[in-house]
Design a protein around this ligand. Structure first.
Ligand SMILES: *Cc1c(COP(=O)(O)O)cnc(C)c1O
Length: 477
């Protein structure tokens, strides 16, 4: 399988070439030159596979430059009940991603947040950790991952890379601005290859430092700086697997169609659903849910994509969806415009200059229904009401992001097929809103008891690019 760029660079890369990188050199995002198709016979055979076996079956269509036995071993090592040990509901507690019906045959939750950091980002990031180690060992190379986080991504990256040889993680976070639980999760890690840097400022200040360091090409090359942000193709690829798993769990035969509803920010999660559908998985609808930061809902309702400035981005109680532009959206638009990279490059010339684009003047917006997309948005009041309703009616406690998904799913029930809402985090990560909604503490997995009291390892620094560079150099040795 070869990979091309959405802005025109031809398909001359294999999976391992793009694994450690971010954007393509022309500024576009990598995609397979064509989507591998799944036959009916394959679907029938895949229905009975374990998560790890299914991951191998799906990923081996996208990863053709790692020997099959090695890839199978990497999947088997990643998707184990020990790694995804925080399972709650579901018919089978040994599943990695159990499905729970709220209303049988109509509405279900797919648990994706049973990994080490209790958010769905672990589903892909754990695989990435093992893939990085494998490829770097083969090549005798090292990488220093630099990132900025407001919560879920940073901790998922650190728990995926902890103790891995040839990998160091330097993670910037806004000092004093994450929840006590999120701080404890990241800063209590005591690993020689993990470095937490709390920047005195906001998330955007931390992000700006990462951009400044990454734009210093000489520094980046000399110190082997890499990233694991949401545009990383391997993360999207790993997420395709649970759409298959969720489909099999929700249906009895491969003749049925289902809908997925996906709480969305950077369009990474739902992009994987779009690709699963392009491969031939019978997904009737993809329902995209946003919070008050409704850039994507606006596009699917109106055809206008208008990224916001950071000052326009609202701080909400589903903070992992607080985005001003959706970094993976370009992948979908590439398919929507018939995979014409010139059209994509033209559209993003406007976006990259701080503007917007309107697809109503083009033949493309009318094609959105062919791709199964509908959308909706949710507010803080909606989240509270939904958390209360799901708790009262079904005895299930959901987090704020999943609540955005359930709210939008209920407004967009197709009627003729069940909807599976992707559960993207566990409620304990957002305890404050759970207390506001339910007047009680969220459930906490036993191994997180007292985590806030553990010693924390973090360097507090001024928002200063040179100081961060100096810190990195000093700790690479
Ligand atoms: C990252 C995240 C999202 C958004 O996912 P995207 O892939 O950015 O669309 C939603 N919910 C939670 C809990 C997250 O951590």
């Amino acid at each position: 399988m070869k990979y091309l760029s959405t802005r025109g660079q031809p398909a001359d890369h294999e999976f391992c070439d793009i694994l450690l990188g971010g954007l393509a050199p022309d500024g576009g995002l990598y995609l397979p030159e064509s989507y591998p198709q799944v036959t009916r016979a394959e679907l029938d055979a895949w229905r009975v596979l374990s998560y790890a076996e299914l991951a191998f079956a799906v990923l081996s269509k996208f990863i053709t430059d790692i020997p099959a036995d090695d890839l199978r071993a990497i999947c088997a090592k990643t998707y184990t009940p020990q790694v995804y040990r925080h399972v709650r509901g579901g018919e089978d507690a040994r599943e990695i991603t159990p499905l729970t019906w709220l209303e049988p045959g109509r509405l279900a939750l797919l648990e994706l947040s049973n990994g080490p950091t209790l958010a769905f980002k672990d589903m892909a990031m754990q695989l990435l950790g093992n893939l990085f180690e494998y490829v770097l060992d083969k090549r005798g190379e090292q990488i220093n991952i630099l990132g900025a986080t407001s919560g879920d991504t940073g901790s998922a990256a650190e728990y995926a890379m902890r103790g891995k040889h040839r990998v160091r993680v330097f993670m910037l976070s806004p000092h004093g601005r994450m929840s006590a639980f999120q701080r404890a999760q990241m800063y209590s890690l005591d690993e020689a290859n993990i470095f937490n840097i709390a920047v005195e400022g906001m998330f955007d200040d931390a992000q700006d430092i990462v951009k400044a360091v990454s734009n210093d090409a000489a520094f980046k090359a000399k110190h082997r700086i890499g990233a694991v942000n949401s545009i990383n193709w391997a993360r999207v690829a790993a997420q395709i697997v649970y759409y298959f798993k969720g489909y099999f769990a929700a249906t009895k035969s491969n003749d049925e169609e289902i809908a997925f509803c996906v709480p969305s920010g950077n369009f990474g999660n739902i992009c994987a659903g779009h690709i699963a559908r392009q491969m031939g998985l019978p997904i009737g609808r993809l329902i995209l849910a946003t919070n008050e930061n409704d850039v994507l809902d606006e596009f699917f309702r109106t055809g206008v994509y208008r990224p916001r400035r950071s000052a326009e981005t609202q701080v909400t109680s589903s903070p992992s969806m607080d985005i001003s532009k959706a970094s993976n959206f370009e992948r979908f638009v590439f398919d929507l415009v018939g995979r014409d990279p010139r059209v994509v490059a033209d559209l993003w010339r406007k976006v990259d200059a701080g503007g917007a684009f309107d697809l109503n003047d083009t033949p493309y917006f009318a094609r959105v229904p062919e791709f199964g997309f509908v959308s909706g948005s949710s507010s803080h009041a909606d989240r509270l009401a939904t958390i209360r309703k799901v708790w009262a009616d079904y005895g299930v406690m959901i987090d704020t992001h999943t609540a955005d998904g359930v709210k939008v799913a209920c407004e967009n029930m197709p009627g003729d097929m069940p909807v599976v809402v992707l559960e993207t985090a566990q409620p304990v990560k957002f305890a404050e809103t759970i207390r506001e909604a339910l007047g009680r503490e969220p459930d906490r997995p036993a191994d997180f008891d007292g985590i806030e009291d553990l010693p924390q390892h973090v360097e507090v620094m001024a928002p200063d690019v040179d100081a961060v560079k100096e810190f990195i150099v000093r700790h690479i040795g």
